[in-house]
Design a protein around this ligand. Structure first.
Ligand code: DQA
Length: 144
C-alpha cells in the first residue's frame, strides 16, 4: 500500500508557527513520526509540502498516475478557500483523509468552512500531530 501525505501552506513552519496552537514539533519531526508508523503498518509513505495551491493540485493529479492508494491532506489555509483542491481530490477518486492539527471549528468563523471535506472519507482535527497517524491507520484499515 502506497500513501501520500500532503501538507499545504505554512505547515513547513511547524515548531515555529504559533506553537501554542500547533505545538513545538517540526515538520521533520512529523515526517519521522509518520514514517515510523508506516513502517509498523508495513506501508509505503511519501511526503509533499507546498505553499502553492497549484503545486498541491499537481501532486494530487500525479498521485493518480502513480497509483497511490490513499492521501492524507492538511491543506492549511487552502482548506477554507480552495475549490481547486476539492475538484482535484474528486477528480482522482483516491480515498483521502483531511487532517488538521488544531480544531478549525473551534477557532475563527472563517475556519469553519472546509471545501475539501466533501471529497474526503474522513476528517481528523484537533488531535495534534498524532492525528496524522490516526489518518494513516484509518486508510490502512487498522484501528484509528
Ligand atoms: O494552516 C492551518 C493549519 C490547519 O489546517 C491545522 O492543521 O490546524 C488549520 C487551518 O485553519 C490553518 O490555516
Amino acid at each position: 500500500m502506497n500513501i501520500l501525505v500532503l501538507n499545504g501552506p505554512n505547515m513547513n513552519m511547524l515548531g515555529i508557527r504559533q506553537p501554542e496552537i500547533y505545538g513545538r514539533e517540526t515538520y521533520e519531526d512529523l515526517k519521522t513520526m509518520i514514517q515510523a508508523e508506516a513502517d509498523k503498518l508495513g506501508v509505503t509513505v511519501s511526503f509533499f509540502q507546498s505553499n502553492h495551491e497549484g503545486a498541491l493540485v499537481d501532486a494530487i493529479q500525479q498521485a493518480y498516475f502513480d497509483h497511490v492508494d490513499g492521501i492524507i491532506i492538511n491543506p492549511g489555509a487552502y482548506t477554507h478557500t480552495s475549490v481547486a483542491l476539492l475538484d482535484a481530490v474528486k477528480s482522482v477518486g483516491i480515498p483521502t483523509v483531511e487532517v488538521h492539527v488544531s480544531d478549525p471549528d473551534s477557532r475563527e468563523e472563517f475556519r469553519h468552512v472546509s471545501y475539501i471535506r466533501a471529497a474526503c472519507t474522513a476528517t481528523i482535527k484537533g488531535r495534534g500531530l498524532p492525528g496524522y497517524l490516526d489518518a494513516l491507520r484509518l486508510l490502512c484499515g487498522a484501528d484509528a
